[in-house]
Design a protein around this ligand. Structure first.
Ligand code: NAG
Ligand code: NAG
Length: 195
């Protein structure tokens, strides 16, 4: 116990001498402008989100980006994390660091480079659209979404339903997400989602 305490004091002492600031908790500090949140941590956060809610859109997006070997723009993993944490599920613990890093008064440039998927609907809104579509009409894919479970990857399933039945009123958010004025339609991951 004593040795551990001494070690901790020593570590914090060295830390102070180096004058380094923890940019996650002090994202408004001018010295943090060029701070980059490590890719390892980004992946830990995404994994945390996707192991508790594997059906969320960002989990499918991450998979698609891997498949098409894209890692920039909207497929940059920090942008993927942002899709969940600024918009879909900011309350989840996997978003704690992101919310600090990119808080309102953050100076970190990495936050301003984020490219979000435009008009990406929220997990719960997509799920209720799926339920409503499947209630109106039994279609392929509905069997995976009798409840919100890992088998119900909401984004690809909603998309496949709407690709079959574009005219359904419950597909209005899909139409918006995939409209030519958005960005998803022209991304390499649009196949199976918009086209
Ligand atoms: C990502 O990289 C590819 C290949 O280098 C390039 O064609 C594309 O324009 C880039 N996309 C963005 C959004 O920067
Ligand atoms: C579309 O998304 C909005 C929020 O972005 C939501 O309020 C609305 O209920 C959704 N519409 C449908 C038909 O699911």
């Amino acid at each position: 116990m004593k040795i551990l305490n001494i070690l901790l004091i020593l570590i914090s002492f060295i830390y102070k001498i180096k004058g380094e600031i923890d940019c996650v908790t002090h994202s408004n500090d001018p010295s943090c402008v060029n701070y980059e949140y490590p890719i390892f941590n980004i992946r830990v956060d995404i994994n945390r989100l996707c192991s508790s809610m594997p059906y969320m859109p960002i989990c499918s997006i991450q998979k698609s980006c891997k498949q098409v070997r894209s890692s920039n723009g909207t497929c940059d993993e920090f942008s993927i994390l942002g899709d969940s944490c600024t918009h879909d599920m900011p309350g989840m613990s996997g978003c704690n660091n992101f919310k600090k890093l990119c808080s309102k008064d953050s100076v970190i440039k990495q936050c301003s480079r984020i490219q979000s998927i435009k008009n990406l609907p929220k997990t719960m809104d997509i799920f209720s659209s799926i339920k409503s579509i499947c209630n109106d009409m039994a279609m392929d894919g509905c069997e995976k979404c009798t409840k919100l479970s890992p088998s119900c990857a909401v984004l690809p399933i909603y998309s496949s339903l709407c690709l079959q039945m574009e005219g359904m009123s419950q597909c209005s958010n899909w139409t918006k997400m995939c409209s030519p004025s958005g960005n998803l339609l022209n991304l390499p991951i649009s196949s199976g989602i918009c086209i």
